[in-house]
Design a protein around this ligand. Sequence first.
Ligand code: COA
Length: 374
Amino acid sequence: MTEAKSAAGLRGVAAGSTKIATVGKEGTGLTYRGYSIAELADKSTFEEVAFLLVEGELPSRRELDAFRAELRAARGLPPPLREILERLPAETHPMDVLRTGCSALGCFEPERSFAEQGRVARRLLAALPGVLLYWHHYAATGQRIETQSDEPSIAAHFLKLLHGRAPTREQERAFDVSLILYAEHEFNASTFAARVCAATLSDFYSAITAGIGTLRGPLHGGANEAAMELIDRFATPEAAVEGVGEMLARKAKVMGFGHAVYRSGDPRSPIIKRIAKELAVTPEEQTRFAVAEAIEALIEREKHLFPNLDFYSALVYRSLGIPTPLFTPVFVCARTSGWSAHVIEQRADNRLIRPTADYIGPAPRAYPRASERR
Ligand code: COA
């Protein structure tokens, strides 16, 4: 057997080029199309960011109005898609619902040519919250909700479909900023999967479905749900220090910490942490926040690891009344903008993505007859 020479997990390997985002690059940090994440989170809306990612530039006022109007108009679900969602078992993982919903929409409204890619991207951005929440309500109570709403933003639309009432301005803005932070992150696993799919010249829905399936895992998108479950385990900061201390002693991974690219901090984390703190007004929320901070301090002290975006997002989503199993699906609703931008970029200058592997299996050998095998 020969030793593998390849970089495990492709760490540090540039697997292509992009004009969409920088992640952890010296001097630039996280930027979308050249704009810093801090400035986008402070000054933009999610719709402006989605337009920026997909179209390449921030929208003019008129472009933004048209973009918002198209997204608002495209929220309805075709009746056969609603029927499919109704037939999914109530205990289905919500990420599987989105994966299925995305794929099924591609059957009812296929991308007939790449000239339609912008329309498909906007349709998915507009429709995926409805796919998720139509199933969510139907599975829980049998209620068939209307997936159209007059809410101007995707953030308010999502919260309205979930809770049946419009969010406050503060809730809408908190959620909107979280969507901005989740929108894009260069060649992460799910985006890379979407690009690999797109590079075969497959259709848009297939590429986004590949992204959803890849995001589902706990080492990627699922970390925010795992972080919430962790925080929920402890009633006090002291109990958290003891419990997480035991986890570290047995070398267990603590979800919501560390990052494959960032080495000294996730620039999105202070932004989402500030929002989590602002939203923590009830004694219960304040205790949860104190538990989270105690975990953060312990892991920083013991492992020199920092929280990534998923850790404090969990608290923000809890304060917004979002059930934990819907956290990663929220990530999908945001990241569809980044995935779409990458699919479009891949197609614009395409080459099939086909790496090679270091072979570490048996040397060439004689084929044994069945009677000679063990
Ligand atoms: N909890 C405990 N230890 C961790 C850790 C975590 N969350 N993340 C990394 N480590 C440890 C590793 O086990 C490794 O220890 P070792 O050298 O003793 O084996 C060391 O820190 C270095 O790990 P690193 O090379 O930085 O991790 P990676 O690049 O292989 O993996 C992640 C990056 C994101 C997969 C990893 O940090 C992780 O699993 N985090 C938890 C899941 C998560 O939050 N994912 C969301 C990412 S945005």
